[in-house]
Write a protein that binds this ligand. Structure first.
Ligand code: CP
Length: 343
């Protein structure tokens, strides 16, 4: 046993100081170092007692949400988090109809204007290259911008809440975790890919199960390789082959990024057909447990569609997808508090 000089009651201000990400944008989850990720999770754990009742950490501060794509969870949970921190929210959920984007105002101009009102912006946008170019051009003429999802490649706060859920449910040792990310379309699975990048940052092992021709985008693959990530890829497996793989590899968590093809898209029927090969069931999870000895947790970024997986999992010990929603609030409280600062 060793005594340390900095032992004392936990202090949220000191904790935020330790995280040290005040004023930064969040674009990719791997913009964060392992220490920064750990400190975000420690801050979230300190804020958990307040995720329903609230506290006055960010009184008079303003968060703006600007969403160019539909959302329920990402927008509402950032807004809930800001209200629980004692701050206020400006929200724009349909900018192409009800903001000056409908009058052809550029994203660059909108951000410069919002920076005069708000302390932090959460932005969801379909065009990642447009956003990255504008961030570069804006330089210091912007408030910190948290990505609520850009294009097909990044959804870092989803990855963070998935990591926080994994950290809480499995006891915090990422290096001992193996996570399978299973979807027919890894090329458009921005939530699964953000989770993968975060897991890789912390040393977890990743097993991808996808289909030939819809592979992980190069930008993600390059990042994984640069980190020396422990990952492997399997393609075109049947559901029973996937069950065997999960049991044999000692997978702890099965992550289903869900359907990335919108209603009305001509490719949706084909995608849903491919999803049949990923239809995990309660019975299948029991077979995995019998063979491999592990109770696999099932995660999903939601929303989900009928036919993606057995909704009977909802009422079993395997269900983590609704628990993820609960953990999203203290995690996003932590993120906002750390980025805005709590002086
Ligand atoms: N998981 C997720 O991003 O959900 P929303 O699209 O509802 O925000």
């Amino acid at each position: 046993m060793t005594l340390t000089a900095d032992f004392g009651p936990r202090d949220i201000h000191a904790q935020v100081e330790r995280t040290g990400i005040k004023g930064r944008h969040l674009t990719f989850i791997d913009d964060l170092s392992p220490d920064e990720l750990s400190n975000l999770f420690l801050t979230a754990e300190m804020l958990e007692p307040y995720w329903r009742s609230g506290l006055e950490l960010l009184r008079h501060r303003i968060l703006c949400t600007l969403f160019f794509q539909p959302s329920t969870r990402t927008r509402f949970s950032h807004e809930t988090a800001m209200y629980r921190l004692g701050g206020n929210v400006l929200t724009e959920s349909n900018p192409l109809i009800s903001s000056s984007a409908a009058k052809n105002e550029s994203l660059y101009d909108s951000i410069r204007v919002i920076a005069q009102y708000a302390d932090v912006l959460v932005l969801r946008h379909p065009d990642d290259e447009r956003v990255l170019a504008d961030l570069e051009a804006l330089g210091s003429d912007s408030v910190p911008i948290i990505s609520g999802g850009y294009g097909n490649v990044t959804h870092p706060t989803q990855g963070l809440l998935d990591m926080y859920t994994a950290w809480r449910v499995l006891g915090g040792d990422f290096q001992a975790m193996t996570v399978m990310i299973a979807t027919p379309d890894l090329s458009r699975a921005r939530s699964g890919q953000s989770f993968a990048l975060g897991l890789a940052r912390m040393g977890a092992r990743i097993v991808y199960s996808g289909t030939t021709g819809l592979r992980t985008p190069d930008v993600i693959r390059e990042k994984l390789d640069a980190m020396g990530a422990r990952y492997e890829e399997h393609n075109d497996l049947t559901i029973s082959q996937q069950e065997e793989l999960i049991a044999d590899q000692g997978i702890d968590l099965l992550y289903l990024p869900g359907c990335s093809v919108k209603k009305g898209d001509p490719g949706r029927d084909d995608f849903m057909k491919k999803m049949e090969g990923y239809y995990f069931t309660v019975e299948g999870l029991s077979r995995i447990q019998e063979k491999g000895g592990k109770t696999v947790g099932v995660m999903h970024s939601l929303p989900r569609n009928e036919g993606e997986f057995d909704f009977g999992i909802d009422n079993t010990v395997h269900e983590l997808y609704f628990k993820q929603i609960g953990f999203s609030v203290p995690l996003r409280m932590s993120l906002i508090a750390n980025i805005v600062g709590v002086s």
